[in-house]
Each structure stands twice: as C-alpha cells, then as structure tokens.
Design a protein around this ligand. Structure first.
Ligand code: ARG
Length: 435
C-alpha cells in the first residue's frame, strides 16, 4: 500500500478541475472489478470509503471481483492441485469446488467493507453463464462465460440505492455452477449496463508494456500491440487489457487499470485529469492542437507564474496573440494544461521550440515529453534539419533528451541570434539535428 503522504497535495486551484468531473459523471454507471488481492489489502477500508464518495455524487456502481488470489491460497491450505487460477483455462471439479468457496469468502469480505462504509451492497446472480465448451480440443469443463446480463434487475437495485455485486461464480440456464474470469465478467457488465467506465482495481500500477508504464492510451494503440506483439503487455494485466479493449470497442468510453491498494487512488483517477493508473479511451480525451486566437488569454494566464520566475520570457497577451499561429496547446478533457511555441525559420532550414510549459500539477507525467515529440514531428514534417531550444533554467530537463546537444548561440538563425543578444537573457542553446 502506498502511504497517504505520498500522494500529491491538492491546492484550492485544482478544485476547478476536480469539480468539472462531478457533473460529467453524475448519474453515470461505473462497473468496478476488484482483484481478490485488493479486497484483502489494508487499504481496502479506504477504498470502500472512496466508493461511498462516488455514491454520494450519484455515480451508480456495479461491482464484481476476482478470486484468483484466494483460490490459490485455499488450494495451498488444503494441499490440492487446481487446474486453473484465472478462470480462462480448464476448471475441473475440485477447482470448481474451491472456486465457489473462495468466491463466498471474497464476496463476504467485499460486502462487509462496503457495509462498514455505510453502503448497501447486495450479492446477486444478475448474470447468466454458459459453459466455455471445447476449445482447441480441450473441454473446459466448469469454465464459463457470460451468456446474458439481467440489466433490468441491476437497474432496479441501483434505483433502490443498492450496490449490486456479481461474483465470478455464476449459474447457467440449467442451474449448473460455472467459474467465470472476472475481467471478462467486468467487460460484459460494463457493455450491458452501458457504463461510462470499466475500472479494474488490481495489484499493479496499470498497463505496462515491456515494463514501461502507460498512463493513457487510445484504443487503437493497445489493439495494435495486442495484435502484433501481445507478449509485450506484461502478463498480470494482459487479460485486463484484452477485456478493456472489448469493452471500449463495445461502447464503454473509458476503461481504467489502477492499483487498488493506493491510498486515494480511485478518487485521483476519477477526479484528476491525469489520474494515477492507465486509461484506455475511445474518445477524444486529450489532444495537442493548434492554438486559436481566443486561447491567447489562457496561454497568458497559464504561463504567468513561469514568466515571473524567469523560466519563460515575458510576453504580453497581445504578443502571444500575434504569434498564435506558432502556438500549440495540450488539452485534457477540454482544459489547457500545457503549451509550446514552434517557430519556423525556412531560410535557415530550422525550427525553434519555445515557451514549453506544463502546469505544475501535471508536471512529471510525460506531458512535456509528448509536446517535445510533437514539435519534433512537426519539424520533420516541415522538412527542417534542426530544432533549436533556448533555455535559461531547464537545461537539466533537456538532459533527459540525449538528442538535444548544447551548441554555440552563433548556430542559431541570424535574426534569432540577434534577438537573443538584445534580450540579455543569456539563454543556453540546444539543438536537435534531424537525420
Ligand atoms: N479523471 C478522468 C476520468 O476519469 C481522466 C482520468 C485519466 N487517467 C489516466 N490514467 N490517464 O475519465
């Protein structure tokens, strides 16, 4: 569990961002799938309180949970071998028996936590299963998949201010018990309930691709990885990635993967623009776009503080407006959180990146890097050979980009060099030579 003091401090100014999400999610349904490990964690009571916060904001919740962790424990205690842990392979009779027991234990703990947080949960079999059958010549026995979700029942419970919990042990048409993979169950519930979010609370920080953490990914990007190099997605979250994609393809706008053991993690994910886990999105959540004339004031306000501390050169709103064609802004959920200015010097076959700024709350989250990469791509698209950066205080930051090397100011386009000398800012000059 991450300790409370490791979370970022929230300043009153950030409230605007937080409050933006309250009406956006009010009366929306979130399907939340909790891993068994998360329910056992010491942070679980806090997580239950976070769920109570969501309820108080009139967000409708439908919950499901995994049992892999407890199933493995039970098997070890009883000294029996199980045929499959995750509910995707073959579930033999012994495994089914243990899965039912594990599910009862986890369901009970989940209910208890919610009741203690003042909520009204109810375990329900509001989804019907059907057996997986024979795949690749192997009879999957008691492994099932979702056949039908009883949305009417779930909606009724929600109206009664009750939180339905659907366990991954369900019945088929004949009343036979089957074991369902909880990631698959979450996706099915989210699609059937037309949820705005499918949230996987796991024991991992989010989606990692060969160890690299992804903070937010458009649907297509994850799909490509899963198609071409599925093994690049780290094992513990691969099945969640697959199911998240199914859900987003099936109309759920956003799917999230985050560590359910992080203090305040769920609330941070939902009410901040950047979140703490991975978000896979099907819509326009964030984009870098050309600034428009009416963005000049916002850019001016955004960068005021940095101008004061001399990180950025002073520019009036009018001068920003005059140059607006060269500005790009980075928006998250339709509010501006960063900007950059990219000036073209065709005669010198070069571009200059300037006025790169990310609001403090979102610094250290890869936003600056994305803007730099964007500027590089633009420079390339324009066919220029060099990208210059002038910096007074961010030399250290640019050390993260070994492609940028310090160069004598004389290498700058002449008019730029003159302006620099005149400004007396004595900036250092970095250059990225495009091959
Ligand atoms: N709070 C917003 C939402 O819940 C954005 C979350 C972004 N999260 C992320 N990991 N990139 O939709």
């Amino acid at each position: 569990m991450t300790s409370p003091d490791s979370t970022a401090d929230i300043k009153p100014g950030d409230l605007r961002g937080i409050l933006k999400y309250v009406p956006q999610f009010r009366d929306h349904t979130f399907v939340i799938s909790l891993d068994g490990r998360v329910i056992e964690d010491e942070n679980f009571p806090n997580l239950a309180l976070d769920l109570a916060v969501l309820r108080s904001l009139n967000i409708h919740l439908v919950l499901t949970h995994g049992i892999g962790h407890q199933l493995t424990q039970l098997a070890a205690q009883q000294g029996v071998e199980i045929s499959d842990v995750q509910g995707q392979g073959v579930t033999d009779e012994t495994t089914m028996r243990l899965a039912s027991a594990a599910s009862a234990v986890v369901g009970q703990k989940l209910m208890q936590g919610l009741v203690r947080a003042g909520l009204r949960p109810l375990l329900t079999h509001a989804a019907r299963a059907t057996e997986m059958g024979v795949i690749g010549g192997r009879d999957h026995q008691f492994t099932g998949k979702v056949d039908k979700v009883d949305t009417a029942q779930l909606e009724q419970l929600i109206r009664l201010d009750t939180i339905p919990i659907i366990s991954p042990v369900l019945f088929d048409r004949e009343g036979r018990t089957l074991r369902i993979n909880s990631d698959h169950l979450g996706a099915e519930l989210a699609m059937a309930m037309k949820a705005s979010k499918l949230i996987f609370l796991t024991a991992h920080p989010g989606l990692t691709v060969r160890g690299k953490f992804l903070m937010n990914v458009p649907l297509g990007e994850v799909e490509t990885i899963l198609e071409k190099t599925p093994l690049d997605i780290d094992e513990p979250v691969r099945s969640k990635a697959v199911q998240a994609i199914r859900a987003v393809r099936g109309g759920v706008p956003r799917a999230h993967l985050l560590d359910g053991r992080t203090y305040d993690g769920l609330l941070t994910e939902i009410f901040s623009k950047v979140g703490i886990g991975t978000m896979i999105h099907g819509n326009d959540y964030q984009k870098i776009r050309k600034a428009r004339r009416r963005d000049a004031q916002s850019i001016f306000n955004l960068t005021k503080g940095a101008v004061k501390s001399e990180q950025l050169k002073h520019r009036t709103r009018q001068s920003i407006e005059k140059d607006i064609e060269s500005f790009y802004i980075y928006e998250i959920d339709e509010s501006i959180i960063a900007c950059v200015c990219l000036s073209d010097y065709p005669a010198d076959n070069a571009c200059e990146l300037a006025y790169l700024f990310v609001v403090p709350f979102y610094q250290g989250k890869g936003v600056g890097r994305e803007l730099i990469q964007f500027a590089l791509a633009e420079t390339r698209r324009l066919g220029r050979a060099k990208l210059f950066v002038l910096t007074t205080q961010t030399l250290g930051y640019f050390k993260n980009f070994p492609e940028f090397a310090e160069c004598p100011p004389e290498e700058l386009p002449l008019e730029r060099h003159d302006a620099l000398v005149k400004s007396g800012r004595n900036s250092r000059v970095l250059v990225h030579r495009l091959g």
